[in-house]
Design a protein around this ligand. Structure first.
Ligand code: ASP
Length: 441
């Protein structure tokens, strides 16, 4: 049994949390590949190291003194090292001098910000007696900034073979073909963990954070939502895409191909089994009608009227080409006989709205376009498939109608049984609460 375990920033905030991680590691000898974020917030520390590093970077860019923020960063790492008694194992004087050198040499934002994870992994490796493996040697990007999986997988396999069988890798960064550090998007350590788990053929990818798994809805919207014990990879992708803040969006892609389960666990509640993400779904196991609910605000529905548009070959192509030219991603496209609607993210059309409407009118005629902004998409993810879909629809629509929530669109995902409804932004949270009550009680 071999596991990759990833720990998020809040689980690494101070020496006490490091000690808690050591305890978790000692409970299971298969936890041999570790990926860490940079220390996050805690009661004593109000800032994430990564945020402070970005702040230093901005000061450097505008040639403003950054020493105050840098010393906050230094203090955090030195406190951890001193409290854990590992100050003699990691030469922090050298490491900080090296970072200052990097700043003077203008190695750039990616280098500076990556030092949060780098130093954290150095300390963790020393503390656990694991080998430190620098992500810049094993997470390899191609020229376009995408992960080069061939090179990355080989590098990870070789690094693991060359180690003593227990390694710590800093998350969130890798290197470009020329060797420069490349950051992932925020929260990217989740992705590093998934890449390592897949490359090293792990039996499980444990993602340790400060919540015991995924909940059926956002707890800021629904009071005490039930936890989800099992969710499929694609349901999780849908939940995340639709706004649930769980894992970095790209995490699943790396492990799904090899069918490696992800287990989301809490370092604050270490015996809670959390949520397992695999090919098994909650609805199949629990008898619930849906797996979860998620909502995302700020969409725009663009409706275009044109007689017999459904019979006119070529119109769709022109519309899609126009979107492509303007870099507008179409989330949904609905067709009627004499009209069609596009659902797009508002931020993608806002700056280009007049041009976009003009282009649509050129294709479909003057005054053919109607815009409805401030729309939310609310998704019921992972609906039970066998025969009861009609029941789910009627339950949803009845519950929404009872609370006078206008439905602007309804769509259904093609593969997994997701039902997505569009409502006005101001009723988004209400819609989620109403649906939660209807399905869960
Ligand atoms: N430390 C980075 C962030 O705050 C990356 C991560 O936590 O995964 O986004």
């Amino acid at each position: 049994m071999l596991k990759t375990v990833k720990f998020g920033g809040s689980s690494l905030a101070d020496a006490e949390r490091f000690a808690n991680i050591k305890h978790i590691i000692e409970l299971d000898p298969s936890r041999r590949i570790m990926v860490v974020s940079a220390p996050g917030k805690s009661k004593a520390y109000r800032h994430k190291i990564t945020d402070l590093l970005y702040l230093c970077n901005e000061h450097i860019k505008y040639k403003v003194d950054y020493s105050e923020f840098f010393s906050m960063i230094e203090t955090r790492y030195r406190d951890i090292a001193n409290t854990l008694g590992i100050a003699d194992k990691v030469d922090l004087d050298y490491e900080f001098a090296e970072i200052h050198r990097g700043i003077e040499e203008k190695r750039g934002t990616n280098y500076l910000v990556s030092r949060g994870e780098y130093l954290c992994a150095k300390l963790m490796a020393a503390y656990l007696g694991y080998d430190f493996v620098d992500a810049s040697n094993v997470i390899i990007f191609d020229y376009r900034g995408n992960i080069d999986f061939n090179k990355t997988n080989n590098a990870l396999v070789n690094a693991f073979k060359a180690s003593g069988g227990r390694i710590v890798i800093p998350g969130f960064y890798g290197s470009m073909p020329g060797g420069a550090i490349q950051l992932m998007t925020r929260g990217g350590s989740d992705v590093t963990g998934a890449i390592a788990a897949a490359a090293l053929d792990c039996d499980m990818y444990e993602n340790w954070t400060d919540v015991a798994g995924i909940l059926m809805a956002d707890p800021e919207v629904v009071k005490n939502p039930l936890p989800i014990s099992h969710i499929t990879y694609s349901q999780l992708r849908d939940m995340t895409y639709m706004g649930a803040k769980v894992l970095h969006e790209e995490t699943v892609l790396a492990v799904r191909e090899k069918n490696i389960p992800i287990n989301i666990r809490s370092t604050l509640d270490i015996h809670n089994p959390g949520t397992v993400i695999s090919s098994e779904s909650e609805v199949a196991l629990s008898g619930r009608m849906i797996t979860g609910l998620a909502g995302r605000k700020n969409y725009t529905i663009i409706s275009v009227a044109k007689n017999h548009v459904s019979a006119e070959i070529g119109v769709i192509r022109q519309v899609v080409e126009t979107c492509e030219k303007m870099d507008i991603q179409v989330e949904n496209m609905l067709f009627g006989i004499d009209c069609f609607s596009l659902v797009v993210r508002s931020e993608q059309v806002a700056a280009n709205m007049y041009n976009f409407v003009a282009a649509m009118e050129q294709i479909c005629g003057e005054n053919s376009v109607k815009i409805r902004e401030n729309i939310s998409l609310v998704a019921a993810v992972g609906c039970r498939a066998e025969g009861s879909r009609a029941g789910i629809y009627s339950k949803m629509l009845d519950a929404l109608a009872e609370q006078d929530i206008r439905i602007r669109i309804v769509t259904q995902g093609p593969e997994e049984a997701n039902i997505v409804i569009g409502v006005d932004d101001k009723r988004c949270d209400d819609a989620i609460r109403v649906l939660y009550r209807a399905f869960v009680g």
